[in-house]
Design a protein around this ligand. Structure first.
Ligand SMILES: C[S@@+](CC[C@H](N)C(=O)[O-])C[C@H]1O[C@@H](n2cnc3c(N)ncnc32)[C@H](O)[C@@H]1O
Length: 133
């Protein structure tokens, strides 16, 4: 892992317990609506969410799809794991860096509102694999 990736991961590890609180105002004002609109466009039987964070998209997952969600921050994933159990969400959570995700997989939706602070080259990998992006 390159050093800036490591720094980003460390930052997310540190803020993980406070992440939802920090974003609460923006979530209420904007993100919630964006999530609804974005997920309404999602179609596919196997969806990959890149950078799942604390699982703020869980409520919007299509009921009939198989969802795999990855994140490279252990602490963010820990929050998502708690939320998964609490809300009884059907999602496979994996600790993984998007840069090393084995592409291509089935249907990929790098939805994740959005890839803020995800390294540009990780996004480029997905863009190359998914012509519609
Ligand atoms: C701004 S948060 C968004 C979390 C969530 N998608 C949401 O909508 O609230 C970005 C997330 O992407 C993760 N992330 C950043 N770069 C990543 C990478 N290269 N591979 C996997 N996860 C990454 C971070 O750890 C963080 O949890």
């Amino acid at each position: 892992m390159k050093s800036d990736s490591a720094a980003i991961k460390k930052r997310y590890d540190r803020i993980a317990p406070y992440f939802e609180g920090l974003e609460a105002v923006m979530e209420g004002l904007f993100f919630k609506n964006w999530r609804k609109k974005l997920w309404a466009k999602v179609d596919g039987h196997h969806i990959l969410e890149v950078g799942v964070g604390t699982g703020k998209n869980f409520d919007y997952y299509p009921a009939d799809a198989r969802i795999t969600a990855i994140d490279f921050s252990q602490e963010m994933l820990k929050q998502a794991t708690h939320k998964k159990a609490r809300k009884n969400i059907s999602v496979e959570l994996n600790l993984m860096d998007a840069q090393s995700y084995p592409l291509p997989t089935t249907v990929l939706i790098p939805l994740s509102v959005l890839l803020f602070f995800v390294r540009a080259d990780a996004c480029e990998r997905f863009k190359r694999a998914i012509p519609c992006l």
